[in-house]
Ligand binder design. Sequence first.
Ligand code: HEM
Length: 405
Amino acid sequence: MLSQKTIDIIKSTVPVLEVHGVEITKRFYQMLFSNHPELLNLFNHANQRQGRQQTALANAVYAAAAHIDRLEEILPAVVQIAHKHRSLGIKAEHYPIVGENLLAAIKDVLGDAATDDILQAWAEAYGVIADAFIGVERDMYASAEQAEGGWKGFRPFTVERKTKESETITSFYLVPQDGKAISGFKPGQYVTLKAEIPGEKYTHMRQYSLSDAPGKPYYRISVKREEACEGRPAGIVSAYLHEKVKEGDALLLSAPAGDFTLDMEDTRPVVFISGGVGLTPMIAMLNALAEQQPERQVTFIHQARNGEVHAMREHVAELVRSRPQLSAFYCYSSPTDRDRELGRFDKEGLIDLPWLKSVVPTMDAGFYFCGPVPFMKHINRVLKEAGAAPSDIHYEFFGPKGSLD
Ligand code: HEM
């Protein structure tokens, strides 16, 4: 139990966090990795470079501080982060290391303003926040291990098949090396892949949405090859998977995780909106619906640059042909002459409000979207303007969760 004095101090430092939050977490990461370089095996270096992880952690700490006397109110955020932590293998013993370096960073950035009282209050509050995470994660570890076909840590899988889905996306069909069952999952969930790349100093962890329905003898992930762009280097793991990993090779996966899942209790129409490789969780949901709720009305909307990079088009077309309840629409931002000749798209440019309203049968539906962050911000705005209820809007960030405002 925190004392009222501690709670008061924490709450009064929230405005300071607002100003220095990202600076503190940046400093925190510098200290953490210099004191514990082994943790570089856990963190995504690309997210660090882009500052996305720092912002996500700063926001989480800020939200926790603001709710320190009623942490239960931010439980959904804790659960979402805990899914990511569990899939990465974050352990209870990591928390004091993070706490120590976080406090050192607060002291470093705030200087004299960080009095002993403030530091003491933060040490106590961090302990309470860490306990909340550790408790939720403990339960998640237990259920991932105890589920039928479940397992602990990282399990070797064999690449049974590699299939090119578009110029940039390739699917990997993965079966467990031990030949035993694999756990079920909810469509929309992801797995963490631990890549041990020859010549790389650290292991690289990446999350990939499962891109087929549950209940198969394999897991499928569909990976976009991330090219170097605007000063950002090419994706190390995606290049490795596309170029080096062959059928028959082994990959390490942790059990499925994630809270972006399709509500299968809901019988109302559902609308999937994806941009680029953001279509992977949508395809898992679409396939699951086709198998388990075939009568449900589904609108599948996909935004791509053009037909060359549009993945799984034929698969969706096949579903549309056999299921009158399903319709699919495509927006291409830069269609090619061939796209025009073949009439491969329904709209040129970005999804906009009038067009969305023209293809969606009703706004009383579940809306699920995923794609690049600017695309997601745009779709969130359009859906709100179109009158979708906030509780009907569901989305997934690839990478650390950010803000859609
Ligand atoms: C991811 C918060 C403790 C390692 C995250 C994210 C948040 C977060 C907000 C981003 C989640 C997302 O993907 O949306 C926190 C908070 C902590 C804490 C508030 C303490 C109370 C830890 C500890 C470790 C850790 C103890 C282990 C050293 C990671 C890693 C990621 C992550 C490796 C994924 C980063 C990436 O791949 O970019 N955490 N975390 N966290 N956290 Fe934590």
